[in-house]
Write a protein that binds this ligand. Structure first.
Ligand code: THU
Length: 146
């Protein structure tokens, strides 16, 4: 799947954003290694802290469907009024969730906008010196984490 196609899926997912409190609408499209795309939007809550970001919605949908390996995520966001005009970077919590499942050097984070422009970062660029399972399970093999 092309970067543009993934951005288009994220723009489509953004339409489902439930964000009555912030008015900031985010969409994401996560590509699994198997080639399937999982979309997500942000889902807010009157109590605020249960709010889930678009990126994590996509990840949790995918992992709950049995996916564990991912190659890229496209993210679009912006206010209800402005639309997805500017690039929207993932929050720190979402970067940490990406770090749980993705190769820092190879996983691509595609920031897109409604003009279908995009820029691409690796996870390592956006989350350097990250805390991961190797930090406290140094001798752990990948199959032990299944
Ligand atoms: N938001 C996301 O969905 N993803 C991000 O990476 C940044 C923030 C959402 C959370 C909240 O619903 C709204 O944007 C404003 O913070």
């Amino acid at each position: 799947m092309t970067e543009t196609a993934l951005v288009e899926l994220a723009l489509e997912a953004r339409k489902n954003s439930y964000s009555p409190y912030s008015g900031f609408q985010v969409g994401a499209a996560l590509l699994s290694r198997s080639g399937k795309a999982y979309t997500g939007c942000n889902i807010e809550n009157a109590s605020y802290s249960p709010t889930n970001c678009a990126e994590r919605t996509a990840f949790f949908k995918a992992v709950s469907e049995g996916e564990r390996e991912f190659t890229a995520i496209a993210i679009v966001g912006g206010t209800r009024q402005a639309g997805a005009a500017d690039f929207c970077a993932p929050c720190g919590v979402c970067r940490q969730v990406m770090a749980e499942f993705c190769d820092p050097e190879r996983f691509q984070i595609i920031l897109g906008n409604e003009r279908l422009e995009y820029k691409v970062y690796s996870l390592a660029e956006l989350l350097p010196e990250s805390f991961g399972k190797e930090s406290f399970l140094p001798d752990c093999e990948e199959e032990d984490l299944q």
